[in-house]
Design a protein around this ligand. Structure first.
Ligand code: AHM
Ligand code: MG
Length: 297
């Protein structure tokens, strides 16, 4: 079995990047431990005006503190914070973007949630998705799993006795038939509805848990598409470009898949603000190409 450290040593990552990746990946342990104690709501709202679970806030504070203590990171942009946290004295030039706890509304029913991370090495958290140096997520399901790319394929590790062991990689996202879409069907645009009908007629199999990171993980392995579209009342969708779309899209691309807003590649969209929202379609390349031909939006 190859450990995470052994794998990282085969890559061209700088030692400081290896250190940062391992440091973040190991935060899965305290985050999982905090699940039992922090199930209530915090009574506060995040930058997008959504109610924050206590665990959202705890995970955000925890990872931010660990990153600042490491002194490796110049900027931290989090879904749970209005402003980018800056550390101009950092000894390295990394910028971390994160959704500290994606799918957190599912914690109280014990469904799968995760932590989404993107790392830039240019010190700028508002960079293009395509400029990410590393993207990764930790998934808290029956196993604690790390999905990682350092720009040279996607690798999946499982945490066993405190050590991440490689389970699979390089991962190639197949053409598949799993699909899931956010938004109420009555609010879908005609174009989005038409696209979903095409998938359904083609034997599509619905799988949608309400946790982006978990729903994506399934698509990474089996192929298909995850959608959170623009709707007739809401042209910007629900998910965020910087914290969710870009890291997950970068992983999808590294596995041979794609991410789009329905028209174009999201990894080429310059973020205008940290909490920017965007419609998201991510999954197998053939489905994204089919979608862009319908010209959604
Ligand atoms: P979160 O980052 O606050 O958890 O919100 C994003 C979540 C995604 O994980 C998930 O795909 C989506 O919201 C589910 O939304 P809905 O309940 O509208 O389907
Ligand atoms: Mg999220």
């Amino acid at each position: 079995m190859t450990t995470l450290r052994e794998y990282l040593d085969t890559t061209e990552c700088k030692d400081s990047l290896k250190e940062l990746i391992e440091l973040i990946a190991m935060q899965a342990v305290p985050i999982r431990e905090a699940f039992i104690e922090n199930q209530s709501y915090a009574g506060t709202e995040n930058a997008s005006g959504e109610e924050q679970a206590a665990l959202d806030v705890w995970s955000d504070d925890h990872i931010t503190k660990i990153l600042l203590e490491s002194n490796l990171v110049r900027e931290i942009a989090s879904e749970e914070k209005d402003d980018i946290v800056k550390n101009p004295d950092a000894k390295e030039n990394y910028a971390v973007v994160m959704d500290p706890l994606d799918g957190s509304s599912l914690i109280q029913v014990n469904l799968c949630v995760g932590t989404i991370i993107g790392i830039y090495d240019n010190g700028n958290a508002l960079s293009l998705g395509d400029e990410l140096r590393t993207a990764m997520y930790m998934l808290y399901g029956p196993m604690t799993v790390l999905t990682l790319t350092v720009g040279d394929g996607v690798y999946i590790f499982a945490l066993k006795d405190g050590v991440y062991q490689m389970m699979q990689g390089p991962v190639s996202m197949p053409q598949g038939k799993i699909y899931g879409s956010g938004g109420l069907r009555k609010d879908w645009t005609n174009e989005h509805g038409d696209f979903i009908s095409i998938i359904e007629k083609d034997g599509g199999k619905l799988r949608y848990s309400g946790s982006f990171v978990a729903d994506f993980h399934q698509i990474l392995k089996y192929g298909g598409i995850y959608c959170y579209p623009a709707t007739i009342n809401n042209s910007i969708g629900k998910l965020r470009l910087v914290y969710e779309a870009n890291p997950i899209g970068f992983i999808a691309k590294q596995a041979g898949g794609r991410i789009s807003d329905g028209k174009t590649d999201l990894l080429k969209k310059v973020p205008e603000k940290p909490s920017e929202k965007t419609p998201i379609y991510v999954g197998s390349k053939n489905l994204i190409e089919q979608l862009e031909n319908i010209k959604i939006r």
